[in-house]
Design a protein around this ligand. Sequence first.
Ligand code: JD8
Length: 394
Amino acid sequence: MRIDVVSIFPDYLAALDLSLIGKAREDGLLDVAVHDLRDFTHDRHRTVDDTPYGGGAGMVMKAQPWSEALDHVVAQGHAAGLPGGRPHLVVPGPGGTPFTQALARQLADEPWLAFACGRYEGIDERVYEYAREDLGLEVSVISLGDYVLNGGEVAVLAMVEAVGRLIPGVIGNAESLVEESHEDGLLEYPIYTKPQQWKGREVPPVLLSGNHAAIAAWRHDQRLARTAARRPDLLHPSHGDADLDVRLATAADVPEIFTLVRACYVDEAHANGTLDIPALTEDIDTLRASLDTTRTWVARKAGRLVGSVRTEVRGDSLFIGRLCVAPDLRGRGLGRRLLERAEGSAASGIRTFSLMTGARSEANLRMYRKAGYRPAPPDPGSPGVVALVKRRRT
Ligand code: JD8
């Protein structure tokens, strides 16, 4: 990616020589050029500002130096091997479109960005028109946040870092990008490093358990709880519910589980064109008895039973079944959370997770595929059913 920055304080951008962005420039992953706006003035005072028409406080940046600077950036870009290309011009401003991770991702897909750092009260409006109409540039006014800075440089530093680190190869292990705040809309989970004990404070034991699924479930719960506490505006139904209470079922839960299973498997019957599904034919006493031979989890939200799942040890595999989410609450990640909880409950000897679902249960198959499950040898005794398996991460 090519990045041009124009400013009357080019030294402000020296921070882009450092750290990951600096390394990415050395590695040729980023080509960053900083230009001094005053180089495009022709008077001995190198004037870039003048008083505002219509009066008012402060000064306005003159159009001519900016037009010459932008002409230079476009011409130099072409000379630097960006033939025919035009930069996307980003002008930071307090009244601009809010800068977000999603916007950073969009900009990271572009081959050439140019940033115009304003100062004083801002830039003569005709410069925006000149860039769009005469140079044919896409021009975006973007704001770093709802507070007032003295100029665009700080915003450009933040934007170049947020965009630059998304360029493939800039961040060593791209994996770490996945779980970041704002990447999937949830804030980050708490992190710890050695020593295990510090000033009488312990690291949460689950993090020392080596049980990846339990760690994943704990971290997801922490992200939900933090987001609910600090940024409830970020919470989206698909994130699942911060106030979801998941625990082992007792006999008292049986009537509600029975009802939930009936409700959920009607849709499975529809999808798979058969009512001959054990969950639909099993009577409540059989379900009650299953609490003694399997581990059943229930999820409650404000007291209402909204989900359930059960696990059964079969050799070194944990068979996960009867994963149910109240039909009116689908699409919120509850199924994924219950699946994580079930996996997380696995004892140390468990090597794989296995489950079955209807061959035409598209939504279930999509969720299981996303969770890492892959087709397993079909059970000849269960036509129309797909067996899935997942190796446990050690
Ligand atoms: C560019 C000049 C200063 C702004 C009079 C103070 C971004 N989130 C943000 N807050 N402020 C800026 C920003 C401020 C700028 C310039 C960006 C150019 N100023 C002006 C208008 C009021 N002074 C920003 N991104």
